[in-house]
Design a protein around this ligand. Structure first.
Ligand code: ADP
Ligand code: MG
Length: 551
């Protein structure tokens, strides 16, 4: 064999890590991500200030948002970011918990790997544990009575507890529950909620308490001309995706004019063209025009003369919402505009909100169209409020669709951990160790909630476990009172689907990462960012300078 040429299989510059090295690096990278968001969990969690490369600042407590904003380099860390994304898409809430749980599962799996337990055995044990966990969770679930708005409100409040808006939770929860129950539909025997029917409009200025529900659509636009009526009753609305302007030529053209009459004729011609466009709108019978493109001065003048309330440069997404709400069709060419394309709303009016004027389209043909107008003192407050409302809308939707809830505050997690510890010996073998590890890992939720609230996690865990042993199956960490308490009685409740999905997403991601024993990264590929053999210490995002948040 001596003197044999090495066989080169991989391209030059390809980085490769194998076996234990690859596994421990992947685990460390994934844990670094989960540790980064851990301190934000729960009502007493801290916020993060994120600064992007453009210097824009986001202050948030939302796991999915944090992970979306930071640039993650390591391939395994990217998989954790996906966990947050899928949790967000499925339930809109529980993103931090899902990520923290994945990190914790990997931590315990790492300990088992160190004891020379094969990854396949760990994955097998995790699968058994997650199935059992879901079974236990299903048994703990409580039915939500149809039309029980109070329960829905408490679910909304629990989801918003950690977001900046805590002080006005009641008002916001009322707005959210009102909005979602309005758009809920019964299809067959199922309740369906399509959150696309809820429009979110933000306006800074005014207090959070001024946030309100509007039965209709709000456009962040004023009417284009002072001479137009300020409000229209029985509005017939034209939605146009074409400019009411004279078309500019693609090439630079020059017109030679010999005398003033020619100039006048040219201007008259232009005016005539615009007038024809406005006449087409008028002829269709519309008294409101919402235009996605521009409306020039002359067109504004004619529209005002015809008393047509007009708005220009409306957003595409708003046009779609308006079409759905009023039954109008978006027309791309004015020639094709007829009375059939018009939509209907009882009222269209311009209202001053703060310093700005907005257009309110209310009493729409489709009563299911609702909007939430979010108010708050600064841009950052309004943005974080929007994320809180997104979470609340999502959990109320899920609660209505599934009709089942569980106790929050780590109550469900504790019950699952206890159940798994009873179950593990019945399985036996090395899988038993993995199931026990799963049980230890899932307790990260009550532990972290306690830690973030400044409580001693060890004391709290002993107390909450002993409460469960005594049959108090909804005992959890009441972080506001700083003690173990019945979470159902304290109205800390969550939809079943959120916890279910947390378990599912985290155990799947952990399993997937554990199965990897070889990372082959092309030149410039993700693993390039890994220091050789080192990996990242699982630490916070502490002293990292902005724009350099690589893991
Ligand atoms: P996530 O992104 O996972 O939803 P949050 O920061 O929103 O993270 O925190 C959610 C956790 O906080 C859940 O476990 C929930 O049960 C818990 N929680 C919410 N309100 C309370 C409360 N009043 N007391 C204890 N725990 C609470
Ligand atoms: Mg939440």
């Amino acid at each position: 064999m001596t003197g044999q040429q090495p066989i080169i299989v991989l391209k030059e510059g390809t980085k490769r890590e194998r076996g234990k090295g690859a596994q421990s690096n992947n685990i460390m990278a994934a844990r670094a991500i989960s540790d980064a968001v851990k301190s934000t969990l729960g009502p007493k969690g801290m916020d993060k200030m994120l600064v992007d490369s453009m210097g824009d600042v986001v202050v948030t407590n939302d796991g999915a948002t944090i992970l979306k904003e930071i640039d993650v380099e390591h391939p395994a860390a990217k998989m954790i970011v996906e966990v947050a994304k899928s949790q967000d898409e499925e339930c809109g809430d529980g993103t931090t918990s899902a990520v923290v749980l994945t990190g914790e599962l990997l931590k315990y799996a790492g300990d088992l790997l160190d004891q020379n337990i094969h990854p396949t055995v760990i994955c097998g044990g995790f699968k058994l544990a997650s199935d059992k966990a879901k079974e236990i969770l299903n048994k703990l679930a409580i039915d939500i009575k149809p039309g029980d708005k109070n329960t829905l409100k408490n679910i909304a409040i629990t989801s918003m507890a950690s977001k900046g808006a805590s002080s006005e939770k009641e008002t916001l929860a009322d707005v959210v529950v009102d909005a979602v129950t309005r758009i809920a539909e019964k299809v067959g025997t199922k309740n369906i909620v399509d959150l696309d029917n809820v429009q979110i409009q933000k306006k800074q200025g005014g207090g959070i308490a001024n946030t309100e529900i509007i039965k209709g659509i709000i456009l962040d636009k004023e009417r284009v001309h002072e001479g137009m009526p300020k409000n229209i009753k029985n509005a017939k609305i034209a939605l146009v995706n074409a400019a009411l302007e004279v078309k500019k030529t693609e090439v630079d053209a020059r017109i030679q004019i010999q005398d003033p009459t020619q100039l006048q004729a040219f201007l008259d011609e232009e005016e005539g063209m615009i007038k024809k466009m406005v006449d087409k709108v008028k002829k269709s019978g519309a008294n409101v025009l919402i235009c996605q493109k521009g409306i020039d001065d002359i067109a504004q003048h004619f529209l005002a003369k015809h008393n047509i309330y007009s708005v220009r440069r409306a957003k595409k997404s708003d046009m779609e919402k308006l079409a759905k709400a009023t039954g109008a069709k978006v027309v791309a060419n004015l020639d094709g505009l007829t009375s059939k394309d018009l939509g209907y709303a009882g009222k269209v009016e311009e209202i001053k909100i703060g310093d700005d004027k907005m257009t309110f389209v209310t009493d729409c043909k489709n009563p299911k169209a609702v909007s939430i107008l979010i108010r708050g003192t600064t841009e950052h407050v309004v943005d974080e409020l929007e994320r809180g409302i997104h979470d609340a809308l999502s959990v109320v939707k899920v609660a209505i669709e599934d009709g089942k809830m569980t106790a929050g505050g780590g109550a469900a997690a504790t019950a699952i951990a206890m159940g798994l510890r009873d179950y593990a010996p019945t399985v036996g073998g090395r899988e038993q160790m993995a199931i026990e590890a799963f049980a230890d890992a899932i307790e990260v939720v009550p532990k972290t909630l306690s830690e973030n609230a400044g409580l001693d996690p060890i004391d709290m865990m002993l107390e909450v476990r002993s409460a469960h042993k005594k049959g108090k199956k909804y005992a959890g960490i009441n972080v506001l009172a700083g003690k173990v308490d019945d979470m159902i009685k304290n109205n800390v409740i969550e939809p079943l689907r959120v916890t279910m999905q947390e378990i599912e997403a985290s155990s799947e991601a952990a399993t997937m990462i554990l199965r990897i024993d070889d990372v082959i990264a092309a030149k410039g590929g993700g693993a390039g960012g890994m220091p050789p053999g080192g990996g990242m210490p699982p630490g916070g995002m502490g002293g990292m300078p902005p724009g350099d948040m690589e893991y």
